[in-house]
Ligand binder design. Structure first.
Ligand SMILES: Cc1ncc(COP(=O)(O)O)c(C=O)c1O
Length: 362
């Protein structure tokens, strides 16, 4: 086994509600740890998936969903790639464009998926610390580019901080990026941020060295289906297609994506529910003495006094039936991340947080 694989550890998924309920003998457990849509899946996606049942004996071409994405976002089918989750497209980018001499660059305190994929290929990855205000530091990243840098990975909004970098910040950063360096703009939480006038929707940045990644896992509630998509210059897409497994994503994934793209009602309902929950949870946590980081996504990051406090707070909530995420694995051991739930889940979280706080501070 190559040493860079031997040194990796398998992904440890968060705790499941069933396991937590059994361990602590709880009648109610809510999962607010994976930034999923708490309202369920898009009904139109589910309807399309049901309709696709009689085609399951055939291999999918994927052209139908790619065509719908091209039409909806005003681009050509040659500029669209799909995959089994946006992370699968990320894996194909790593396999397609990185070779032994290359390095990758990203921020500390960001989604770990890209870093793990790069390390799994033995690609060195350098990180730049977050700014004091928990935002990605684009100025420092621009300065960190060197002659070996091949890919820069940026999540906007960023997971787990929920922060965005602005159009102005991105424009200034882009001027420092050499044309042979590929920028991955991971917009997994795009729909939550798109109406913010300062948010740089990457489809307005159709530069040749930018690849946009998006997903149906979050706002469309399809995390379990594994379906994501991306946009880039036709040459980049053509090269990705050489590496991508030919029949990925599945017939179900394609059908779900097509249905979801039509589901404006579910999209709007999910956005409204999230905005309401974000306000209630932020205010509620602030009244308990926390200082949540302002978020443009469907989750909130809470800095705690230290790593012990963050760990104890997480544990005391889990024992009372609210699963949240301690961010030690993201390199932010003094922080926790809480996904926004349904109205009733948010209420349960706030009641539980109040009790958990008493314990955590003892
Ligand atoms: C920033 C970011 N990118 C990508 C993903 C993975 O998305 P997908 O389910 O499409 O693979 C996540 C999931 O948490 C994420 O937070």
């Amino acid at each position: 086994m190559p040493p860079y694989v031997a040194s990796l550890r398998p992904y440890v998924a968060g705790r499941s509600p069933e396991e937590v309920a059994a361990t602590y003998s709880l009648s109610r457990v809510v999962k607010l740890s994976s930034n999923e849509n708490p309202l369920g899946a898009s009904p139109l996606a589910l309807a399309r998936m049901r309709e696709s049942l009689d085609q399951l004996n055939r291999y999918p071409t994927g052209l139908d969903l790619r065509g719908c994405l091209a039409e909806k976002f005003g681009t050509k089918i040659d500029n669209v790639v799909t995959g089994s989750g946006s992370e699968s497209i990320m894996a194909n980018i790593v396999r397609t464009f990185l070779s032994d001499q290359d390095e990758a660059l990203t921020s500390a305190g960001t989604f770990m998926g890209f870093e793990i994929l790069a390390r799994g290929r033995g690609i060195p990855i350098r990180t730049v610390p977050l700014r004091q205000d928990w935002h990605i530091d684009l100025e420092a990243l621009a300065l960190a580019i060197n002659e070996r840098t091949k890919i820069i990975y940026l999540a906007n909004p960023n997971n787990p901080t929920g922060t965005i970098f602005t159009k102005q910040e991105f424009d200034a950063f882009y001027k420092h990026v050499p044309p042979h360096v590929l920028i991955i703009l991971d917009e997994a939480y795009f729909e939550y941020a798109k109406d913010n006038a300062r948010y740089p929707d990457s489809l307005f940045y159709r530069y040749d060295n930018i690849i946009t990644l998006r997903t149906f896992s979050k706002i469309y509630g399809l995390a379990g289906v594994r379906i994501g998509y991306g946009f880039a210059h036709a040459d980049l897409i053509a090269n990705l297609m050489k590496i991508k497994l030919p029949f990925e994503p599945s017939t179900f994934g394609n059908a779900a994506g097509i249905g979801a793209l039509d589901d404006r009602e579910f999209l709007n309902h999910s956005l409204q529910s999230n905005a309401r929950g974000m306000r209630i949870v932020s205010e509620g946590l602030a009244s308990l003495g926390f200082n949540p980081v302002v978020s443009e996504a469907n989750f909130l990051m809470l800095p705690c006094e230290g790593s012990d406090e963050a760990e104890r707070f997480t544990q005391s909530l889990v024992e009372r039936g609210v699963i949240i995420r301690h961010l030690a694995g993201f390199g932010l051991p003094s922080c926790v991340r809480i996904s926004i739930g349904t109205d009733s889940e948010n209420q349960f979280l706030l009641e539980t947080a109040q009790q958990g706080l008493v314990t955590a501070h003892r």
